[in-house]
Design a protein around this ligand. Structure first.
Ligand code: 9Z3
Length: 312
């Protein structure tokens, strides 16, 4: 099967996305209706975040998961908004969210307490963190700078990515994709998937997984050919990381590939480009600094150059 046929058959056999017309409406509203203060020609970035699941049963009890806490995507979203972008945050349900990094693990139970008059109040120890999260999040959403769209499975993720890409097409070079989500490489096609819970009494489980078709190529060549595209390459073996990132850069015609190793991903990444590799590190003299800060700064500059190149 050639790759176009694989892609068609992936979408044809996927369970239909719930609320797809509502999602399209929200996207059109978000992308095309700028608030009076934001001016024309604002840049829009789609940040993907968290891992996709591969269900093993249609009435899903078990699934295969891809590792990603969503920290990279959530933090990067904040830096893109600071840099003046509108962000479509396509995230895995339950993973890290923008503006929430200072909150404790269970914010609802840890940040609130019952006051004497049995009303709820914010615990004093968490009041700054709660105020910051609520204020910044509200400003971003109400200001039309942040649209959050959740996914769980690989089927939802790829269908949503396609809808987003098609909605962003008219932005041409002002559109950017920052694909930090950890996407499944293998999946069970919906039609050959067991409907009910697989029974352990039937003995060891033997199942064949199909390769998820590589959507990066169609994203670049068909869905949004003018957008600035950044993908991520994750490896656990540092010896193969840069070579794999370079292959992805060429094969999928990415503008940059951010190479990272699982253990050091919060300290350092390498931005692989056609003209060479750029190492980006967290500022180790500041304990609260994040590698996403200089990474987003670098990519925003490269995006500006990409936009300017079109007008020369
Ligand atoms: C990444 O490499 C991300 O940087 C991480 C971020 C998932 C490591 P966290 O969410 O970690 O902050 O915990 N994402 C891309 C992973 C991926 O699946 N890439 C594909 C590949 O490597 C290409 S699209 O083949």
């Amino acid at each position: 099967m050639d790759s176009a046929t694989q892609i068609d058959s992936f979408f044809e056999s996927a369970p239909p996305l719930k609320d797809s017309s509502k999602i399209t409406d929200k996207l059109n509203q978000f992308i095309h209706f700028d608030s009076p203060s934001s001016g024309k020609g604002r840049r829009v970035v789609c940040v993907t975040s968290g891992g996709t699941t591969v269900p093993l049963e249609q009435r899903c009890v078990r699934y295969i998961d891809n590792f990603s806490s969503g920290h990279r995507g959530a933090a990067s979203t904040e830096y893109f908004i600071k840099a003046g972008y509108k962000v479509i945050f396509l995230y895995r349900r339950g993973t890290f969210q923008p503006y929430c990094s200072s909150l404790p693990e269970d914010p609802l139970l840890e940040c609130f307490e019952l006051a004497d008059d049995s009303d709820f109040q914010v615990r004093r120890s968490h009041s700054e963190a709660v105020k910051g999260a609520v204020t910044n999040h509200h400003a971003a959403v109400a200001g039309g700078l942040l649209l959050k769209l959740p996914f769980t499975s690989i089927f939802e993720y790829l269908q949503m990515l396609r809808i987003i890409a098609l909605s962003m097409r008219s932005l041409e070079r002002h559109a950017m994709f920052y694909l930090a989500a950890a996407v499944s490489d293998f999946y069970v096609p919906w039609k050959s998937m067991a409907e009910h819970k697989i029974q352990s009494a039937s003995g060891p489980l033997d199942m064949r997984l199909m390769q998820v078709p590589k959507m990066l190529s169609v994203l670049r060549t068909e869905w949004t050919p003018m957008a600035f595209c950044i993908s991520f390459k994750l490896e656990t073996d540092s010896k193969i990381l840069l070579e794999k990132a370079n292959t992805a850069l060429k094969k999928y015609k990415m503008h940059s590939v951010v190479a990272n190793e699982l253990l050091t991903r919060k300290e350092e990444v390498t931005v692989v480009t056609e003209t060479g590799n750029i190492s980006v590190c967290r500022d180790k003299t500041r304990p609260e600094s994040e590698v996403e800060d200089p990474l987003v700064e670098l990519l925003v500059k490269r995006h500006s150059t990409y936009i300017k190149d079109a007008s020369t």
